[in-house]
Ligand binder design. Structure first.
Ligand code: NAX
Length: 333
């Protein structure tokens, strides 16, 4: 067996982490042969909770888990990292303005980006989950100039999985029979779940999604809004935000970065836009369809985009530009 890799999870005392840590520790992400040192970062008041999480991880008696390090200190948390999963962020409180929320998160991700720059390996793969995920990811990347921007990504895989499942349920097939849905843009209600390039394996052969579903009005209407608003629907029903499904999506995302995507399939993730793909402005973290090989992603290019799709891709980009400009102004102060 190889040497343990060092994996950080922030927000480690929170509800997503409670599901996520088990998935990582049992080998769902980095493989069944890869020993792991897990570093759990949260804020000081949560350290007693973290102690309980550490006890439970120990009590799982897992073969790959070599060490668990709970901490509230960035110099400990970010040291020599191979992978960083940044889940913790400032939650929106009642009456809080969007601008104040952004400001608080810029402070967190500026500091964590600088800590990555200073303490982590230059090859570290960074996945940002804490909302607003795209803009937090951009701020972290900007604050870590010695780490390639390509090493940063944000989570839109939960939206991707939601879209995949909605189509699968509609067609009466397992979710694995639905391939190549796309989430474009922001992890917010302006995201665009696009099925124009999606195929469904129905009765043994691949069929274009529109032909498999046979309900264009649904695919262009309720399907899109259901995916866009799924997070809110879960909160309304559970009185808590998505956690099990978020943890599963994080595992899917990081596993694909580590081991690559299957031949002929693409997945969605928020990545740095250099302005050269699909007319998306540069200097945004925007969700694109990607294929991954040797731990490097490549945007799937050449997909035909119709007017319906283009207007939705532009709308979500416009929201990200506004969010970025507000956040970057806070970065300067
Ligand atoms: P919880 O409130 O259960 O946990 C968050 C944890 O983060 C808390 O323990 C808190 O103390 C900690 N934290 C806060 N500031 C921190 C900091 N500076 N350093 C380290 N830890 C810090 O939230 P949970 O349900 O786990 O959700 C976590 C984040 O994921 C939220 O921002 C949420 O909005 C976001 N989500 C993002 C999703 C995505 O697809 N990108 C989907 C799921 C989720 O909604």
């Amino acid at each position: 067996m190889s040497e343990p890799i060092r994996v950080l999870v922030t927000g480690a005392a929170g509800q997503i982490a409670y599901s996520l840590l088990f998935g990582i520790a049992k080998g769902d992400v980095f493989g069944k042969e890869q020993p792991i040192t897990l570093i759990l970062l949260d804020i000081a008041p949560m350290l007693p909770v973290l102690e309980g999480v550490v006890m439970e991880l120990q009590d799982c008696a897992l073969p790959l888990l070599r060490e668990v390090i709970p901490t509230d200190k960035e110099e400990v948390g970010f040291k020599d990292l191979d992978a960083a999963i940044l889940v913790g962020s400032m939650p929106r409180r009642d009456g809080m303005e969007r601008k104040d929320l952004l400001k608080a998160n810029v402070a967190i991700f500026k500091s964590q980006g600088a800590a990555l720059d200073k303490y982590a390996k230059k090859t570290v793969k960074v996945l940002v989950v804490g909302n607003p995920a795209n803009t937090n990811c951009l701020i972290a990347a900007k604050s870590a100039p010695s780490i390639p921007k390509e090493n940063f990504s944000c989570l839109t895989r939960l939206d991707h999985n939601r879209a995949r499942s909605q189509v699968a349920i509609r067609c009466g097939v397992p979710a694995t029979h639905v391939k190549n849905v796309i989430i474009w843009g922001n992890h917010s209600s302006t995201q665009y779940p696009d099925v124009h390039h999606c195929v469904v394996n129905k009765s043994g052969s691949d069929t274009a999604c529109f032909d498999a579903v046979k309900d264009d009005a649904w695919l262009k209407g309720d399907f899109i809004t259901t995916v866009q608003q799924r997070g809110g629907a879960v909160i309304k029903a559970r009185k808590l935000s998505s956690a099990m499904s978020a943890a599963k999506a994080i595992c899917d995302h990081m596993r694909d970065i580590w081991s690559g995507t299957p031949e002929g399939e693409f997945v969605s993730m928020g990545i740095y836009s250099n302005g050269n793909a699909y007319g998306v402005a540069e200097d945004l973290i925007y969700s694109f369809p990607v294929q991954i090989k040797d731990k490097a992603w490549k945007i799937v290019d050449g997909l035909k985009i119709n007017e319906f799709s283009q207007s939705k891709m532009d709308a979500t980009a416009a929201e990200l530009i506004e969010e970025r400009d507000t956040a970057v102004a806070f970065l300067a102060v």
